[in-house]
Design a protein around this ligand. Structure first.
Ligand code: SAH
Length: 436
């Protein structure tokens, strides 16, 4: 860490701003907003330092700035000379101001432009009136402490009330309604500490293909139940102290049977926890999310589903293969090449019909019987096809060919990561050129 982040309380203190011009005016404005009494001067003299709590210099003669810096350092007064790191005892971060919520961003002087970019991103995800949520929390602080003495229960309650509909009311400026909603929620939390399960789609494995909602829930979870396809990148975004439970699941190696996973979710929620069940891609596409939702419902546990970017769309994007095409293809079929009792249980006649794209999950190891089934049903073995491995990630790979050629080429090509088979006219290299 280059600098120690801290927030100064300047209320009632005197702040010295030395110099003239826009930069000095901006700093003076910020200091005033923090409640400091301003002392401004165009040039340095030692008596200016009398009783000050902080000093900022900008737009003054170099000798004055140097003198200010030296004098402040000698007395231990925090000093910042704009754009002169060597003369500073503290740096000014880029600021996101949602009073009383204040966020400071520093790159340790390495790249102020980057700090501004980060700020822009944070600005974009925080509601402008975030401060009203903080103000509401402040109004209820003592009551919440009294009602929920247990720290974990209190945090759970605040997590939910500060991000849910009550918070929305506060943000909208409907203070009275927000307060009554808060009081109702607090009452309920006092009597019934119920958890919730979120079935969250983690997307194809790249952290920046998570949805904003998934990101928020990861930040709020008490426990995260995840499986093999969920990348470390997504898990890194979870709350640091959230418990993580790996329940495995690869094709051949089921770490925990599905029934036990569902039972685990129910048990955790009954303990009052906020459970995020993080699943690769989308929870409802070959993710057995339906079974988990059903189990929660049957147990009377609240369960919400958060969609994710599924492998078919992620792979299509990585490979530059449009799944539909105005000129060729008007429907897409998502199918699984997974075998049940050694057989592929698919309606090949339907899949072989022209004018559609097939996106086949879990089909790499069953390519040959898939090809055989499709060809027997009338699809040409020369139909364009592609395999996409690790679609959506920064190491996605595509192998193009025909249904026939892929059967021969895939074993040598496949790197062992998740891969999806795309079959249809859209997989031909020429499809985009033809359209143009
Ligand atoms: N629920 C997931 C699919 C789970 S089934 C989703 O919506 O994407 C697992 C199969 O999905 C894998 O065998 C593979 O065919 C496919 N898959 C998942 N992630 C993938 C990725 N990043 N690239 C290619 N295929 C992927």
């Amino acid at each position: 860490m280059q600098h120690f982040p801290a927030f100064l309380d300047l209320k009632g203190r005197t702040a010295l701003v030395l110099g003239k011009g826009e930069a000095a005016d901006i700093k003076a404005g910020l200091l005033a907003r923090a409640g400091a009494a301003l002392r401004r001067a165009p040039g340095f003299s030692p008596d200016l330092l009398e009783g000050i709590g902080i000093a900022i210099g900008a737009g003054a003669a170099d000798a004055d700035l140097q003198a200010l810096s030296a004098a402040c350092m000698a007395r231990g007064v925090p000093v910042n000379i704009v754009d002169r790191p060597a003369l500073c005892s503290f740096v000014m971060p880029a600021i996101v101001d949602r009073d009383p919520v204040t966020i400071g961003i520093s790159t340790g002087g390495a790249a102020p432009v980057l700090a501004r970019l980060v700020r822009a991103r944070i600005e974009a995800v925080l509601p402008p009136a975030l401060g009203r949520i903080a103000a509401m929390a402040e109004r209820f602080k003592a009551r919440v402490r009294a009602a929920l003495p247990d720290v974990a229960a209190r945090r759970r309650f605040l997590d939910s009330v500060l991000t849910g509909p009550v918070a929305d009311l506060a943000v909208a400026g409907r203070e009275a309604e927000a307060d009554s909603g808060f009081a109702v929620a607090l009452n309920a939390a006092e009597t019934r500490p119920a958890g919730i399960v979120h079935l969250v789609g983690a997307g194809p494995g790249a952290a920046d293909l998570l949805t904003l909602r998934a990101l928020r829930l990861l930040g709020e979870a008490d426990v995260i139940v995840h499986d093999r396809l969920v990348g470390e990148a997504a898990l890194d975004l979870a709350r640091r102290d959230a418990e993580r439970i790996y329940v495995g699941k690869s094709r051949a190696n089921h770490c925990l049977p599905q029934g036990e996973i569902s039972a685990l979710l129910v048990r955790l929620a009954r303990e009052g926890k906020r459970v995020v069940r993080l699943k690769g891609g989308d929870p409802f596409i070959f993710g057995r999310g339906g079974e988990e939702l059903e189990a929660c419902r049957a147990a009377g546990i609240a369960c919400e589903v958060v969609p994710g970017v599924t492998a078919a769309t992620a792979c299509a994007a990585s490979a530059g293969i449009p799944l539909t095409h105005r000129n060729h293809v008007r429907s897409v079929t998502l199918a699984t090449g997974h075998t049940r009792e050694g057989r592929i249980d698919l309606d090949f006649a339907a899949l072989a019909r022209p004018g559609q794209t097939l996106a086949i999950y879990m089909g790499v190891t069953t390519l040959r019987p898939l090809r055989d089934g499709l060809v027997a049903a009338g699809l040409s073995p020369a139909t364009p096809a592609a395999l996409v491995e690790a679609g959506g990630t920064d190491h996605a790979r595509t192998l193009r060919g025909t249904l026939d050629s892929l059967v021969d080429d895939a074993p040598r090509w496949h790197g062992g990561e998740a891969a999806l088979l795309i079959v249809g006219e859209v997989a031909a290299e020429s499809v985009l050129a033809r359209a143009a």
